[in-house]
Design a protein around this ligand. Sequence first.
Ligand SMILES: Cc1cc2nc3c(=O)[nH]c(=O)nc-3n(C[C@H](O)[C@H](O)[C@H](O)COP(=O)(O)OP(=O)(O)OC[C@H]3O[C@@H](n4cnc5c(N)ncnc54)[C@H](O)[C@@H]3O)c2cc1C
Length: 431
Amino acid sequence: MSYSIVWLRRDLRLNDHHALYQALQAGKPVQLLFIFDTEILHELPEKDARVDFLFQQLQKLNLSIQPLGSSIRIEHGKVEDVWERIHSVNAPSAIFCNRDYEPYAKERDQRIKSWAESKGVTWHDFADQVTMEPHEVLKDNGSPYTVFTPYSRKWKERLEQKGGIPYFPSEQHLHGLISSSYPMPSLESLGFQPSGMNFPSPEVPKSRIMNYDKTRNFPSIEGTSRLSVHLRFGTVSPREKMAKALQVNAKFATELIWREFYMSILAHFPRVTQQSFKPEYDRIEWRNNPEEFEAWKKGKTGYPLVDAGMRELNRSGHMHNRVRMVVASFLTKHLLIDWRWGEAYFAEKLLDFELSSNNGGWQWAAGSGVDAAPYFRVFNPQLQLEKFDKQLAYVRRWVPEYGSPSYPKPIVEHSFARQRCLETYAKALKP
Ligand SMILES: Cc1cc2nc3c(=O)[nH]c(=O)nc-3n(C[C@H](O)[C@H](O)[C@H](O)COP(=O)(O)OP(=O)(O)OC[C@H]3O[C@@H](n4cnc5c(N)ncnc54)[C@H](O)[C@@H]3O)c2cc1C
């Protein structure tokens, strides 16, 4: 029987799913496929919360298509080997998937596309992860934007030209899924254990988004959407969230556009994963003191807002955006530790880890990135605390010993660190 495969990756949902919609419209029965890619998994710890999250989402999807007599084919292995295996037993006539802009994914898709075409299997990929793909928002001369404000202006112009955000009602055509009963493997059989982590809901109260511009900077209150992990794995539709955001709260929509801006930067300048976007910043003589790095990681710097943020990260896999900015600035500027060390630690711990936004956020904080904070703007962690957690509600939640003799003394004095940072940066950036 001739059939198509929809290859799910970071688009784990059934509604407004571009590739799924197109596959179902194409008329052949559709089998859903997810591959636990050993190339990615082998680097992760046994209790990785992201794998647990993915696994739970797949279970939910499977449950919702079971009444239709279908199931997700879940495979585990090297992507090439899995495709060879599928092809040798029951070759599909077409592969449908959504595009991904990360360097590893782009290269993988290019390889599988060539392989598929060599076997006579057609390959169809679509825009889904973003409202506006990296090649759609360019300067008039065709080059990418590296400053957010003009990028976002052009983004909005392009949206108007396109006549709004499309919706692809894949959920209305699921009767086109193939009859199948693939078993769901256990998490243990994939080499992982439940993480015990609580995951945020994909449903955000409308009032939270309505008040977003007023509440988003205060880490002690639930003033942000907590959608980042869902956007990361496509368990919500990025288009649908953007369409609502544009209606309800302009500031919230702007943050979603930042996400697309950083994806565009990564797609156009993949070198940022290794190098400073502004090359002269790679001349900075980082101190890279391992004991200080450990104190930062453990939330024992003696700066309560920094420590609360790091402990929130270690325990929950999340950190509020305001606090991410403060801890990243503290690591790079107060301690003069290479932003790549901090970036790697966040990549290991964040449930919402997204290569583009994480790299963008770290390079922003270090001053080395696109549209970054100027290097001479060094956050004062004490002032940030007074401004954004005046009642210490956030600090007390994560650092219960704050104010007692067991709480550590600051590992570095603020004015001294600020001066040392300014001198180090100035030396590196001297023409
Ligand atoms: C050093 C540093 C590292 C970061 N690493 C990541 C990361 O790995 N993954 C990640 O998703 N975000 C990252 N961010 C951006 C931001 O902190 C998170 O997106 C946000 O805290 C997630 O919580 P939320 O969903 O409640 O966000 P909300 O405030 O509700 O924002 C809604 C959505 O907009 C997007 N968004 C918001 N702020 C930003 C931003 N500054 N840059 C890009 N997108 C944004 C996210 O997709 C977010 O879910 C980082 C920021 C910094 C300063």
